[in-house]
Design a protein around this ligand. Sequence first.
Ligand SMILES: NC(=O)C1=CN([C@@H]2O[C@H](COP(=O)(O)OP(=O)(O)OC[C@H]3O[C@@H](n4cnc5c(N)ncnc54)[C@H](OP(=O)(O)O)[C@@H]3O)[C@@H](O)[C@H]2O)C=CC1
Ligand SMILES: O=C(CO)COP(=O)(O)O
Length: 389
Amino acid sequence: MSELMAYVREQAARLEGFDPSAIDIGPVLLEAGALNRVAPYLKEQGYRKVIVAADATTIGIAGRVVEQAISGEGIEVSATIIRPNELGDVIADEQSLIQLILDVRSRGVEAIIAVGSGTLHDISRMSAYATGIPFISVPTAPSVDGFNSKGAPIILRGDKQTIQSVGPDAIFADLDILTKAPPALIAAGFGDMLGKYTSLFDWEFGALTGGEAYSPVIADMTRKALSDCVQHVDEIAARTPEGIRLLTGALLESGFAMLLFGQSHPASGAEHHLSHYWETSFLRTGRRQILHGAKVGVACAEISGLYHRLADEDKLPVEDPDKKARIKEAIASIPRQDMIRGWLAKVGGPNTLEQLGVDNDLFERSLKEAHLIRLNRHTLLRAYNELKS
Ligand SMILES: NC(=O)C1=CN([C@@H]2O[C@H](COP(=O)(O)OP(=O)(O)OC[C@H]3O[C@@H](n4cnc5c(N)ncnc54)[C@H](OP(=O)(O)O)[C@@H]3O)[C@@H](O)[C@H]2O)C=CC1
Ligand SMILES: O=C(CO)COP(=O)(O)O
């Protein structure tokens, strides 16, 4: 068993009443050359017919190599290249889902091999769920923590919704490929991790003030993954093999934290709600997408600024003095926005709304309305807005 999985199983064992079958997962490889292990794994599992899901870029990066290796094992294999929308972006919406689901059904395949980054994984996990077959993860960039979660954030009728579906049966994260991913995607992965500062806070806030389910074990798991990234920001910024291994390991650990909890609370708070709001606004106004982690990183800096201001000016929308004291203490442990912007700049990602391309009008609207995207989450942003209204 890999070191990563040994750690995940150790954490799972600390959860009360946890069903170990929830992480009944095949090989989780994070190493150079992991790509070469995909085809032998499929052979060993007895698959006879599979489909590779990729986009026009990722098919060239790893898709064709995997396809040839699978065919070399005597397994029937074909590829589906998910088509971009009219703006040129591949997005996880109804059209992409139908494309893959129809190909899965018409070709009668037994598994989907997802070759790509976050979007390709969400299209694959949702299609696997809809057709009742497994999916296998082959990440091509360390850009998100969504390779191994269960939730599929997808665009349905223009809104971003997360549907609980399935996690992967196995993960083959090849460091030779991940290390060569474009710097913007690596910076986005780091931004997605920085977002855990505010998501972890919002989760605790939701538990204290909204009675949301909470797990200290899972919160600690996510905190450790975040701390691994921040402590090694220089290696990640330099994109050394060790830096990319640490970043990808942290993304996978955060993904496993979501998988163990069964929902995305540990990894997604107000910063994600702002990011989703900007994403769907860009879609509606016909603008090209910005990377998820790039948005999350900047949103995290903005939310940090807001939450610290509410604490500093004693404007926290909480009555109970004990709860208020704990919340103040938790806010004090969120790095100040300048610190977050400094880390983002170090890894070469955008660190201001302006650099991101989010104008002031959109930002102001998102601050007031983003909490409406996830009404089952009691974030501080939501409590603040509800107090004002
Ligand atoms: N399920 C979950 O829990 C989570 C899901 N997500 C979701 O993930 C999505 C974002 O994923 P993200 O990874 O940021 O972006 P995308 O998956 O949208 O990928 C952006 C583009 O990067 C390109 N690309 C990928 N790998 C490489 C590579 N090695 N070399 C060159 N180009 C490459 C691809 O090619 P091209 O040039 O064709 O564009 C791809 O389309 C969002 O929808 C977000 O909501 C995020 C976090 C968690
Ligand atoms: O992006 C995520 C974690 O990084 C998950 O987001 P949601 O909780 O909005 O589905």
